[in-house]
Design a protein around this ligand. Structure first.
Ligand code: COA
Ligand code: MG
Length: 288
């Protein structure tokens, strides 16, 4: 999965447009892009949309945060139509994921869905407190965890930052949050998802940010506008050359299972290269 496009859950026109955007997944939003007065209606339109289109591409539903008191009603409305996964915003630790896991199990059981089917994709950097818990996902989040995404908008509010970027680049506190998400996701063995680029007319800025993310080790990036999808897909698609080289590395280690390092054409490749090659190949598997 390279691109995940946010679509406001109460906006039927955008939901339909999202399907044809070329995004690898949609995140149907019940949280910040839906005004309070629309929350109840959005639950219904979101459930209807997911029920009708879940076979077409992976559909996540971003529910409201645990502290809002809205989350149980959100889950009760959408689990029955079996979205690919739930995006949990303002997630404070792996224990929050475990709590939502328990809610999902109860609802899956109610709805006759195999328990454990729905995945959870948390946004893990939306408060200062959350940044101190990024190591917790590896042991506390459980098997539904399918990735970790970071976000810098709510974090800015939490820490009292008047901006999170200077010119186009993130300032130091937000770069740190971004890196910690990457480390936390790697530690938990799941893909890291880069945050949104809100200036959706600036495709050069988006491309530069996406390139930096893929270079650092992120697997995907979220989008807020269909115009961003193609750029993200391009940047996060491994080149044929990179895939070929990864295949050669994996094959060389398969031939010498006990080896710590192998010689490929006069160059040394060791275990970290093998893990990187395996990760690259995993990224292009369908549904990854
Ligand atoms: N998903 C699907 N379609 C979208 C879209 C999205 N996220 N954003 C825009 N579009 C559609 C618009 O409906 C419009 O189509 P139309 O003219 O046929 O109606 C077309 O793409 C061009 O949109 P544009 O006029 O450039 O932007 P806009 O003013 O309609 O919308 C935003 C701008 C920011 C309000 C919109 O992109 C949006 O809602 N983004 C997602 C917000 C969100 O979910 N935030 C939470 C995560 S951070
Ligand atoms: Mg937010």
């Amino acid at each position: 999965m390279r691109s995940l496009l946010f679509v406001p859950g109460h906006d039927a026109r955008k939901l339909a447009k999202g399907l044809d955007s070329g995004a690898d997944a949609l995140i149907v939003d019940l949280e910040d892009s839906v005004p309070d007065a629309e929350k109840a209606r959005a639950r219904g339109s979101c459930a209807e949309f997911v029920g009708q289109n879940r076979g077409r591409l992976p559909l996540f539903v971003r529910v409201n945060a645990l502290a809002t008191g809205l989350l149980l009603d959100d889950l009760a409305a959408v689990v029955r139509v079996q979205p690919y996964g739930i995006m949990l915003p303002k997630c404070a630790s792996g224990r929050d994921v475990a709590r939502v896991d328990a809610y999902l199990s109860a609802l899956e059981s109610r709805d006759g869905i195999a328990v454990g089917s729905l995945r959870i994709l948390p946004i893990v950097t939306e408060s200062a407190a959350a940044l101190f818990e990024l190591g917790s996902y590896a042991h506390d989040a459980g098997p539904r965890l399918c990735g970790m995404m970071w976000g810098g908008e709510d974090l800015a509010t939490d820490i009292g930052a008047s901006a999170n970027r200077a010119d186009r680049s993130y300032t130091a506190p937000f770069e740190l949050a971004r890196s910690l998400c990457l480390f936390g996701a790697t530690n938990a063995g799941v893909p890291a998802v880069d945050s949104v680029y809100t200036d959706f007319r600036d495709l050069d800025g988006l491309r530069a940010e996406a390139r930096a993310a893929v270079t650092a080790g992120f697997s995907a990036k979220a989008a807020i506008h269909p115009a961003q999808v193609q750029t993200i897909n391009e940047v996060f698609t491994p080149t044929d050359e990179a895939l070929r080289e990864a295949g050669v590395i994996v094959a060389a280690f398969a031939q010498q299972p006990g080896a710590g390092a192998v010689n490929i054409g006069g160059r040394m490749f060791d275990r970290p290269h093998l893990r990187a090659a395996q990760r690259l190949l995993a990224r292009v598997k369908p549904g990854a």
